[in-house]
Write a protein that binds this ligand. Structure first.
Ligand code: ADP
Length: 168
């Protein structure tokens, strides 16, 4: 298993699966979620709607992951995961770690050999770059995943620098 970090837009990655930092509604949003739906087209939202109607009527719970088509993206699947909103009062690290573990579990079930992750919860959900990077790298390293190419694709210089430090 190789882990790499890259700077840039995750929607340009050619991989088996692109992970989306979704919100529990699965109905799209801002940040990387908006970028993935824009670049992938309406087929992704169609499948998200179907998932809401069938399995996730109350939304996808925080820390879980589910796959859809990748539409027009150069990938086979988008794996949607819901990161926790940062809280100063409560340690939600386990939920953020769960996003990475569950995304890799879903990727493994699909037979994905390569997966690109954004920095889940490091944007609007308020996690510090440092803490988001530490949880992401530690969890992926410890995962025992069968996925052999894992990339963190970081959009923002501060977040990229934090992942670079964490990778050592
Ligand atoms: P969250 O709500 O989980 O915090 P955001 O989308 O707000 O999700 O931010 C998560 C991270 O994704 C942030 O570091 C943000 O800079 C980054 N990001 C935004 N757009 C893209 C993109 N097109 N490719 C990769 N990362 C992106």
């Amino acid at each position: 298993m190789a882990i790499t970090i890259l700077k840039g837009d995750i929607t340009g990655q050619r991989v088996d699966a692109i992970v989306n930092a979704a919100n529990s509604s699965l109905m799209g949003g801002g940040g990387v979620d908006g970028a993935i739906h824009r670049a992938g087209g309406p087929a992704i939202l169609d499948e998200c709607r179907a998932l809401r109607a069938s399995k996730y009527g109350r939304g996808l719970p925080t820390g879980q992951a589910v796959a859809t088509t990748a539409g027009r993206l150069d990938a086979r699947w988008v794996i949607h995961t819901v990161g926790p909103v940062y809280s100063a009062d409560e340690d939600r690290s386990a939920l953020l770690a769960s996003c990475y573990r569950e995304s890799l579990r879903v990727a493994g079930e699909l037979g994905a050999a390569s997966v690109a992750f954004p920095a889940v919860s490091a944007g609007v959900y308020g996690w510090s770059a440092e803490s988001a990077a530490q949880i992401a790298v530690d969890t992926v390293r410890a995962s025992g995943t069968e996925v052999d190419d894992i990339r963190f694709v970081l959009f923002n210089d501060e977040v990229y620098a934090a992942f670079e430090r964490e990778m050592g």
